[in-house]
Structure formats: C-alpha cells, structure tokens
Design a protein around this ligand. Structure first.
Ligand SMILES: NC(=O)c1ccc[n+]([C@@H]2O[C@H](COP(=O)([O-])OP(=O)(O)OC[C@H]3O[C@@H](n4cnc5c(N)ncnc54)[C@H](OP(=O)(O)O)[C@@H]3O)[C@@H](O)[C@H]2O)c1
Length: 265
C-alpha cells in the first residue's frame, strides 16, 4: 500500500486505550510506523512505548480531534516526519448515555464533535495527500449501534450512523483515486467505554485484542464495511432493520427498561 520506501505509515486516533491502543500495537508488531493521538499524554506515551516494544516506530501526538488546529498540526507533524500516510484509522470516539425523556442537545453536540466531526477533520487532512499519491486506506470506526436507534443511547447511535454514511459517500467519491475507504462496525469489545456497562447487557463481548485483530483482518481485506462478531452482526444487519416499527418499538423500549434497572441513574 505504501509507495514510499520502508514500512507502512499509519495514524490511529484515540489510541490511549481500548481498540485504538490494541490496533496500534498490532501495527507495531508488523514493523509499521504508527502515529497515535489522544488527549491523555501519559497514556499516549505508554501506547507509543508498547508500539516500539512490539517492533514498530511510534510518534505520539497528544491532543483532541475536536480541535481543528491540533488535527492540522498532527497531520503536518506526520508529513514532516514520514512524508505522508498510507493508513488512517479514525477511531477516537465517546459514548454519552441519554434518555430522550431528559433530552440533552449538549450531549448530542459533544458526541458529534468527537465521533463525526473528529473523523471529518482527519478526512480533510489526509485525503488530499493520499489522492495525489494515488494510494491509501482510510478507516472509520462506526458501530453496529449505527444500524438502528437503540434505547438510552440516541446521540451515540446517531453519530455512528452519520459516520457510516459519511464514509460511504467518501468511498464512492474516491473510487478510482486509489484511496480505499472502509467503515468498521464492531459489536461489544472490552474497552474503557464498555468497562462502565453491565456485562450482562453486552452479548458476545470480545477481548480488546480480538476486536482489534478483527478490525485489522477486515481492513487487510479492504472490506467496504467490516461487521463483527457475526453472532451479533447478522441479526443487527438483517433482522433489526427488517423489523417494522410496531414490533421494534416495544422490544427496544423493554431493552431500555432493562438497561435502566441494570444501571439506575
Ligand atoms: N468497545 C466497543 O464495544 C465498541 C463498539 C463499537 C464501536 N466502538 C468504537 O470504537 C472506538 C474506540 O472506542 P473504545 O471502545 O476502544 O473505547 P475507549 O477505550 O474509551 O477508547 C476511546 C479512545 O478515544 C479517545 N478519545 C475520546 N475523545 C477524544 C478526543 N476528543 N480527541 C482524541 N481522542 C479522543 C480516547 O482517548 P483520550 O480520552 O485520551 O482522548 C480513547 O483513546 C470508538 O469510536 C467507539 O465508539 C467501540
């Protein structure tokens, strides 16, 4: 994928924990150059150290995907160090629980600023260089939660659906340029997001490393959309969307009530 001599040059946003960190380490094992971003500088240094120990080269770029200037500066630092990027994995994300009975536009704004605009800022930064070179891979981490409006998590579902369609449009627009665009829709993977939830409400919960390996397999294969794990992704893709509202609503409302009981606010 790289047209520059030497190892693949990748960025992983949101690599201070969870899937992002595990992905960066797997890339390190392949001997890649891996730039990692995230707000917690110390944890980011830990990730960079893990990448180096795994056999890769690392560049730690502390900062937030919500800051236009920081994203531009991060891309400029990568371009200065390595001459460009072959892979961009736009992984940074947050989840803000919300019951629409206490609707919070602020929760929606905050979630979209990271999950959608954070990816958009990086898309703006990386596409011109990749398209000019005629090669590259861009992946955004969406979610199976993008496929239907789930209870108590409206801002997250909406942001992941927006990311999914944004990536699909980019994939179509970039067809023929040599730049591949992949969307990733994981089920439940152990991470700081899922650590806060009741494990009984997360069927087929995966180990972080297994989740990261599934992401990488899908990206290696240049799948347009990577869904996993299959016992959850098949119903999410083929059963949930087919359920008419009069069936979906009472089932989803019941799930919401069970969620409330499992973690009362
Ligand atoms: N775990 C799952 O079950 C699951 C399922 C589907 C999709 N996903 C998606 O997978 C991605 C990774 O999440 P995770 O589950 O691994 O959770 P996680 O452990 O909480 O990791 C989230 C990462 O995003 C970073 N981040 C958050 N806000 C940021 C900001 N403003 N700027 C830069 N980085 C930011 C965090 O770093 P800092 O806090 O240090 O900034 C952290 O490194 C997310 O997009 C999530 O929505 C996860």
């Amino acid at each position: 994928m790289s047209d520059a001599p030497g190892p693949i040059r990748a960025v992983v946003t949101g690599a201070t924990s969870g899937l992002g960190r595990a992905l960066a380490v797997l890339m390190g094992r392949r001997g890649w150059r891996v730039a990692v971003t995230g707000r917690r500088a110390e944890r980011l240094e830990e990730t960079a150290k893990l990448v180096r120990e795994a056999g890769g080269e690392a560049l730690a770029l502390p900062g937030s995907v919500t800051d236009d200037g920081e994203v531009r500066a991060h891309y400029a630092a990568i371009a200065a160090a390595w001459g460009g990027l072959d892979w961009a994995v736009l992984n940074a994300g947050i989840s803000a629980p919300m019951n629409a009975r206490a609707f919070s536009a602020e929760a929606v704004r905050r979630t979209f600023d990271v999950n959608v605009l954070g990816a958009a800022r990086w898309l703006e930064a990386v596409i011109p260089g990749m398209a000019a070179r005629g090669s590259g891979l861009i992946a955004g981490i969406s979610s199976l939660a993008a496929l239907r409006g789930l209870p108590r998590t409206g801002p997250y579902c909406a942001s992941k659906a927006a990311l999914l369609t944004l990536l699909e449009s980019a994939r179509v627009d970039l067809r023929g340029t040599g730049v591949a665009v992949c969307a990733v829709c994981p089920g439940f993977v152990k991470s700081e997001i899922t650590n806060r939830r009741d494990p009984r409400a997360m069927p087929f919960l995966m180990e972080t490393e297994d989740g990261a390996a599934a992401v990488l397999r899908g990206l290696d294969a240049r799948r347009r959309v990577v869904h996993f794990p299959w016992p959850l992704s098949y119903p999410a893709r083929f059963l949930w969307p087919a359920l008419p509202g009069f069936l979906y609503d009472p089932i989803a409302a019941l799930l919401g009530t069970l969620k409330d009981r499992a973690s009362p606010s």
